[in-house]
Design a protein around this ligand. Structure first.
Ligand code: FMN
Length: 192
């Protein structure tokens, strides 16, 4: 990677695997890329904005509607458009069943899903599901996965001991594997 810093946008959703993304951010920062994170409301239950903003050296993006009172802007603050234009690669890790369902149906009811819907078509989207084995095997989730795999690279999940205590499919892919896919995508990305 050379020249202009490349921009990686990470969406963190409401899964216990969210804490692992701190390591992913650290590994990416060593590559001298820029990282910004969108945290869903549920994601915020699992990692704090302070941790994420410290690791990314950027503020954390959470709200679709930003309280801009007093800023005296001529233009509304279109956070989802700015972020989708900024990203060279967009990664959702961990990706909850809920967010996957929204993406599969083109729903854009929060900052993350609105940004994903506004991503230019050239920008690679990587989705790293993480969920309970019954959720993963649920017919609706299976349907939604078949839709999202048409528009995104899917990394994981893998078999493992899940947070609910059972052994099965649904654990988020290893951070090292997600990192490798991101780096590969950055190398092959020719710009927008
Ligand atoms: C302790 C706990 C762990 C959870 N882990 C997961 C998970 O790994 N995967 C998942 O799809 N949902 C998980 N959920 C449920 C999601 O947080 C919930 O569906 C939420 O609405 C997701 O919102 P989001 O997609 O906007 O982040 C968990 C909930 C709790 C309370």
């Amino acid at each position: 990677m050379s020249g202009k810093k490349q921009n990686i946008l990470i969406g963190i959703t409401g899964s216990i695997a969210a804490y692992k993304i701190c390591e992913l951010i650290r590994a990416l920062k060593k590559k001298d890329v820029s990282v910004k994170v969108i945290l869903t409301k549920a994601g915020e239950q699992f990692v704090t904005p302070l941790t994420i903003s410290t690791l990314t050296e950027n503020r954390v993006y959470k709200d679709l509607f930003v309280d801009d009172a007093g800023a005296h802007r001529d233009m509304p603050l279109l956070e989802h458009i700015n972020l989708s234009d900024w990203a060279d690669v967009c990664v959702i890790a961990p990706a909850s069943a809920n967010t996957i369902a929204k993406i599969a149906h083109g729903i854009a009811d929060n900052l993350l899903t609105s940004t994903v819907l506004a991503l230019p078509k050239e920008v690679p989207l990587i989705i790293c599901p993480a969920m309970n084995v019954n959720m993963w095997e649920n017919k609706m989730v299976r349907k939604n996965m078949s839709v999202v795999q048409e528009i995104a690279d899917i990394v994981g999940p893998k078999k493992g001991r899940l947070a609910c205590g059972v052994e099965g499919m649904g654990a988020m892919a290893d951070v090292e594997d997600i990192f490798e896919v991101i780096v590969k995508k950055l190398r092959s990305f020719n710009g927008k």
